[in-house]
Design a protein around this ligand. Structure first.
Ligand code: GLN
Length: 305
């Protein structure tokens, strides 16, 4: 891990996201890597204690929680599992698919998923998300109020997507409140250590290997990892799977979580992003570690390379 960090720390490609004004303040040099095993061990290098907003990585974990309550068939029918081939905030992806969302890892499907979160009030729904994501991490995650306020001020596109989904009957509660709830889940603060533990919980069939909490079932974990593999890196999910060979999920603040089922999880944080919105150093570092540790799921042997 130290060698991987040193190898890519000097890479300066990519640009820090600025469409959410607060995110533009991130230091482009921040670079952390963490690994958490499904047996509860963890290792970190670099800026692994630096907090950042979870952003789209929350989509995978909220999807897991909603799958746990609504089940495999309903979620497949309601949200979908196929790649859009389009950017994460695409409106065309909805229009081209007859008004249906295509998967839970891009904004349309994530907004629809958040619209299905159980709870009689907005407070209960938020509590469900906050508590669930904290259980994945094994500690109480805090909201980044500044990132939340900054995104709420510039959230027109997500509001538009939520309204469009409402027009097609795919959001049945107040779409503006759903957008707010979704933005709130994206604004939870994590470190790579948290993300690695969240990933290790999915790697361990839904049981947090440190706290022992059964957050979701093994069947739900398997479903989430499948949909992460096809869609977790948006339109670049094919490139990612080809190079890394494991399910991963990125966020615009610069985080990526990658899961080796049954083994554990890798998490990276580095703010500069490529054109698809995925962390440049994160992709390179994860690919390198996947090769070095023999983690590619499609390899017939667990040998490096
Ligand atoms: N909150 C962000 C948005 O909706 C999340 C996007 C992302 O991380 N790709 O635009």
């Amino acid at each position: 891990m130290r060698e991987t960090h040193a190898r890519y720390a000097g890479l300066t490609d990519g640009a820090v996201a600025d469409y959410i004004p607060k995110l533009a303040e991130a230091d482009p040099d921040w670079f952390g890597i963490s690994l958490a095993s499904a047996t509860g061990r963890s290792f970190s290098v670099g800026d692994a204690q630096q907090e950042f907003s979870i952003q789209s990585i929350s989509k995978a974990f909220v999807y897991a929680l909603v799958c746990e309550s609504l089940g495999h068939d309903l979620m497949r029918e309601r949200i979908g599992v196929n790649n859009t081939g389009l950017p994460f905030n695409s409106v065309m992806a909805i229009e081209l698919n007859g008004g249906h969302t295509m998967n839970p890892m891009v904004n349309a499907g994530a907004l629809a998923t958040t619209g299905l979160v159980p709870g009689d009030s907005w407070e209960e729904k938020w509590d469900y998300i906050h508590r669930g994501l904290s259980a994945f991490a094994g500690r109480d995650l805090e909201l980044d109020e500044e990132v939340f306020a900054s995104e709420m001020e510039t959230n027109l596109r997500n509001m538009g997507i939520a309204r469009l989904l409402q027009s097609y009957g795919h959001i049945s509660i107040d779409p503006m409140r759903v957008t707010e709830l979704y933005t709130r889940q994206c604004s939870l603060r994590v470190t790579t250590e948290d993300l690695a533990r969240m990933g290790a919980t999915l790697a361990d069939g839904g049981t947090n290997p440190v706290t022992g909490a059964e957050v979701v079932s093994p069947a739900v974990s398997r479903d989430v990892l499948a949909v992460m593999a096809t869609t977790g890196m948006y339109e670049a999910s094919g490139d990612w799977l080809f190079e890394v060979g494991m399910p991963g999920k990125s966020g615009v603040a610069g985080g990526i979580v990658t899961i080796a089922p049954g083994k554990g999880s890798l998490a990276t944080f580095s703010p500069p992003l490529d054109a698809a919105g995925n962390s440049v150093r994160g992709i390179r570092a994860t690919r390198h570690l996947s090769h070095m540790l023999g983690l590619n799921l499609f390899s017939s042997t667990a040998q490096p390379g």
